[in-house]
Design a protein around this ligand. Structure first.
Ligand SMILES: [Ca+2]
Length: 530
């Protein structure tokens, strides 16, 4: 070979390496795509594979079968906006300061998709944002944006629905904000949001050389008022539902129930005056399950689309709820409190590149861990300001020390004055709840012996040391995470402070709050605080 020929060969090799190698190296190191499906108020136990008496969720069951079920997944604040803010920022509510569903978003929040974007991911947000009141403008971290104001509506025209709902605060019917432009809502919302998600995927041809993507699909479903797709309406009409037992039905089965809980029974968030109406909880629960069916179906549609694109096994799918929902437990409805059905969420992950399927992870994981985990999936270190931690090592089955207790917090809202400010610790066995600014009974439960939280051990001498230790641990975690300064926001929105006339009267103080007066003191004693 002549010198010139060698020269051409070397040039050709350089050309090939220069032209193709970066692409090839990129494809070998290409991190997985990420599909997040968030539902609103989906209870942890509204899943077919957990043995639900009538609800069928074959597609969610499939994620569990081919992936991982997190059987102890929780939120750190059980309310839409604060929980969403924790998911996006990886921070506790006392740090991100989004503590109600009304006030404007604090400046300077950093959302985890911003880091993914910087790392080369293409990102899309589709669905319910619901932070900062009625904000639906494009937010940082997303190349593509479709959202709606506040809670949104299931149908643009309520007459399209077979099931009719009641008025829901903040239900604004103003169509979609699509990358800054208003577009009308045309279909049932769960179907339409899924269609938007499929359209976005369609515009990104699958392929090794294309950037990885994050698709964050955030459903309006299954938030109250529950309005199923017409094809699912009344499907569960004949199903039996048994109301959970509360202290009111069987006082002897409960011990030391806080007065605020007894009082909330007769309030907008209690079974006696639920949403100020005459709500039949059995019917309400059936509608809830029917509304979930479209979420399950469309999750299947998305998984099928990924399979057809050849991307299913290159994509991490994370399905989760933003908080739980009470259907009569403790005499309450809705959320906010620290009881299990309020704070526990469904969480499923399909990640075949990291783990085999059919596993259950029992460690206590939370919404604040989502951002660190998804960044870890993309090979990005957890940013310093985040309070949560990546549970990817648990997914990979790597030995990993995990947290002993998760901090829960809820800050009193003037709009819903029946639920007090509270901090709680949730561990594998014990839950300790400390109320703030209210003259009432704290709580301690042994969740292994008493999963329904009926026997409050807070005043049990046998558990006095446990209470003391957990109180100490609570303040340690508050100190470590900057949680000793509480957010106070401006008053905003309607005050739902009413009680039902002729309903359950105010609760009485427990006997153990009563004591004898001090014995009279001698003349020498000084009265410091007369
Ligand atoms: Ca919610």
């Amino acid at each position: 070979m002549s010198r010139t020929s060698y020269g051409y060969l070397i040039l050709a090799v350089f050309f090939l390496v220069g032209f193709f190698l970066p692409g090839m190296v990129f494809s070998r190191n290409k991190p997985p795509n990420i599909l997040v499906i968030l539902t609103d108020d989906h209870r942890w136990d509204a899943l077919g594979f957990l043995g639900h008496p009538f609800l069928k969720t074959p597609n969610l069951d499939r994620i569990a079968k081919e992936g991982i079920h997190f059987s102890n997944a929780f939120v750190t604040t059980s309310l839409c906006s604060p929980s969403r803010a924790s998911i996006f920022t990886g921070r506790y509510a006392h740090n991100h300061r989004v503590v109600d569903n009304y006030n404007p978003l604090p400046k300077g929040l950093i959302y985890f998709p911003q880091y993914l974007q910087k790392a080369g991911y293409e990102t899309a947000f589709i669905g319910k944002w619901h932070m900062g009141g009625e904000v639906d403008d494009p937010q940082p971290g997303f190349d593509h944006w479709i959202s709606f104001k506040g809670q949104g509506v299931y149908f643009d025209d309520p007459e399209q629905a077979k099931v009719k709902g009641r008025y829901v605060p903040q239900a604004v019917n103003d169509g979609y904000n699509v990358d800054g432009k208003r577009r009308p809502q045309k279909k049932y919302i769960t179907d339409e949001l899924t269609r938007f998600a499929l359209d976005w995927l369609k515009a990104r041809p699958p392929g090794e050389d294309n950037p990885p993507w994050l698709l964050y699909l955030s459903h309006k479903a299954v938030h109250a008022d529950f309005i199923p797709a017409n094809r699912h309406a009344f499907q569960y009409e004949k199903q039996e539902w048994t109301a959970p037992q509360s202290w009111f039905d069987n006082p002897s089965a409960f011990r030391d129930v806080p007065m605020w809980v007894q009082n909330q029974r007769n309030s907008r968030h209690g079974v006696q005056f639920a949403y100020y109406g005459d709500l039949d909880l059995a019917t309400y629960y059936r509608r809830y399950c029917e509304t979930l069916l479209a979420v399950d179906e469309t999750t299947g549609t998305l998984m099928d689309a990924l399979r057809q694109r050849g991307e299913l096994d290159d994509t991490v799918i994370l399905y989760l709820g933003d908080n739980g929902f009470l259907f009569g437990e403790h005499g309450l409805i809705d959320k906010r409190c620290a009881y299990e059905d309020s704070i526990r969420i469904p969480m499923l992950m399909r990640a075949p590149m990291f783990s085999k399927g059919g596993r259950t992870i029992e460690q206590v994981v939370a919404n604040i861990d989502i951002a660190p985990t998804l960044l870890d999936v993309a090979g990005i270190k957890t940013p310093e300001q985040m309070d949560g931690r990546s549970f990817l090592p648990l997914v990979k089955g790597e030995p990993s020390e995990w947290r002993d207790y998760l901090l829960y917090e809820y800050y009193w809202e003037r709009n819903y004055p029946q639920t007090p400010t509270m901090h709680a610790l949730r561990g594998d066995r014990f839950k300790y709840v400390r109320y703030h600014g209210i003259w009432d009974v704290d709580e301690l439960y042994d969740l292994i012996a008493d999963p329904k939280e009926s026997t409050n051990l807070i005043n049990d001498p046998e558990y006095a040391d446990t209470v003391k230790q957990l109180n100490h641990r609570l303040f340690e975690i508050l100190e470590e995470t900057g949680g000793k300064s509480m957010p106070v926001l401006n008053d905003h929105g309607t005050k739902f402070l009413h009680r039902k006339k002729g309903g359950t009267p105010a609760a009485e103080f427990p006997d153990w709050f009563e004591r004898q007066p001090d014995s009279p003191r001698g003349k020498q004693s000084k009265v410091k605080n007369p």
